[in-house]
Design a protein around this ligand. Structure first.
Ligand SMILES: [Zn+2]
Length: 436
């Protein structure tokens, strides 16, 4: 039943992707460039301040530079502070109700395996995005002036739990947007279908994806959205507003980030067939080590601008569930997911299935009252319109647009503000994309 829900999740959530060899080459080039700059300046302070400048964080850069003891003797520092001052005066406040939000699922690394005619092919074709498509999408959006922001920039939570409107300040012509990725669990049912198997830290402490090759050997590289976007922002820091990356919408029943961290893997009770098969084929499985590794990866991601949201523990349909069922589900998220990913104040609804209509939430909505009481203040559904943003003194709500095979095939016109589908479409997709 959970397996089915995961596939349905795919069917109704949605995805995207890029990456691979070219990305690795660019990474090397970027590393070389950085080294050169470091040699010429020999100054980590300057590097850090330059990144703040590139990411539109002018006030922070000025404060940071001025608090250096040798500020007034360092011409580079003073020049950069002056540049920040000038840039600051050109900032404009972007209308929060016009911030779009796009989302993806796990990216397809090997299309020949995802689109191999098996029973999962239709779902992958509908709701997933290939790495090649994702690479093109972010390059096009970057070229158009899009900049990654967070819902936490759009509204802030006050100490008493009420909300205040935020402020997004960008140069004229820049367009803020939010990006999320759903179900970054590397569910068992995806094994062998051309996806990464988990996220790991490489020897430099960077988050990378593992991919299991046909011969069983493990490759480490930019095989999913997180490392691809990290790499892109290393090369193009101005694609990120003050260091923001994306939001990962996470369930818990198969673990997180490819680690089998749910309590069922420890107790071995209530195991699904594929979970049992996994444990049977991994006799050396070490639950505590699994949790420790997942936590380490999550910490590195958060330190690097990534955020996590609840996608419900069991990929539940929140529209169809009762408030009591959502409470039982959320208690599992808090018990077995939050200790690894951290407490979150954001829910990204599985299936896009919301707890209320477009009019908004009120405290007589038992589901909202429960979630709000547990510290959730940001709520995202799925909505095909360009913008759907509600900010009240109690919550922020935002609709998300799926950039996947289904949307690109059936409604390319609905994506024209973002990119031209004909420039992005991966020709290895079987057509027609099955209808929903
Ligand atoms: Zn989902």
């Amino acid at each position: 039943m959970k397996r089915k829900s995961a596939i349905l999740a795919l069917t109704l959530c949605l995805i995207l992707g890029t990456g691979g060899y070219a990305g690795e080459i660019r990474a090397e080039e970027a590393a070389e460039t950085q080294n050169t700059e470091e040699e010429s300046s020999g100054d980590e302070v300057l590097e850090k301040a330059r990144t703040m400048y590139a990411q539109y964080d002018y006030d922070a850069a000025i404060i940071y530079l001025k608090e250096q003891e040798n500020f007034s003797e360092n011409k580079d520092y003073m020049d950069l502070a002056a540049k920040c001052q000038v840039a600051k005066s050109s900032l404009v406040e972007y209308p929060l109700e016009q911030v779009t939000h796009v989302f993806f699922h796990t990216l397809i690394k090997d299309t020949s395996k995802a689109f191999d005619g098996d029973s999962d092919e239709a779902g992958y074709n509908q709701v997933m995005t290939t790495i090649d498509e994702f690479n093109k999408i972010i390059q096009i959006m970057y070229d158009k002036g899009y900049v990654l922001v967070s819902p936490h920039d759009m509204a802030t939570v006050n100490e008493d739990g009420t909300m205040s409107r935020g402020k997004i300040l960008l140069p004229e012509g820049k367009i803020p947007f939010v990006l999320s990725q759903d179900d970054v669990s590397y569910y068992h049912y995806m094994d062998g279908d051309g996806f990464a198997s988990r996220l790991v830290l490489d020897e430099n402490g960077q988050v990378k994806a593992e991919y299991i090759e046909d011969d069983g050997s493990v490759s480490v590289g930019n095989y999913d959205l997180v490392p691809i976007l990290d790499e892109f922002i290393r090369q193009h820091p101005d694609f990120s507003y003050r260091g923001r990356k994306g939001i990962l919408a996470m369930t818990g029943y198969d673990g997180v980030l490819g680690y089998r961290t749910d309590i069922a893997y420890k107790t071995r009770e209530n195991l699904q067939d594929d979970q049992k098969a996994f444990l049977d084929s991994h006799p050396d499985f070490d639950y505590d080590a699994e949790v420790a590794q997942a936590t380490e990866v999550a910490e590195a991601m958060k330190a690097n601008g990534w955020e996590f949201a609840s996608h419900t523990w069991g990929h539940r349909n929140a529209t169809d569930s009762t408030a009591e069922e959502l409470q039982t589900d959320n208690e599992k998220w808090e018990a077995y997911v939050a200790p690894i990913l951290g407490k979150t104040d954001m829910i990204i609804f599985a299936f896009g299935a919301d707890i209320g209509g477009w009019e908004g939430y009120s405290m007589d909505n038992a589901k909202f009252a429960y979630y709000k009481s547990r510290g959730y203040h940001y709520y995202c559904n799925v909505d095909s319109s360009q913008y759907f943003v509600q900010i009240t003194d109690q919550y922020l709500r935002q609709g998300r647009r799926n950039l996947d095979g289904y949307r690109m095939y059936y409604n390319p016109d609905m994506l024209s503000d973002l990119f031209d589908v004909s420039e992005v479409w991966d020709s290895s997709r079987p057509t027609p994309v099955p209808g929903m």
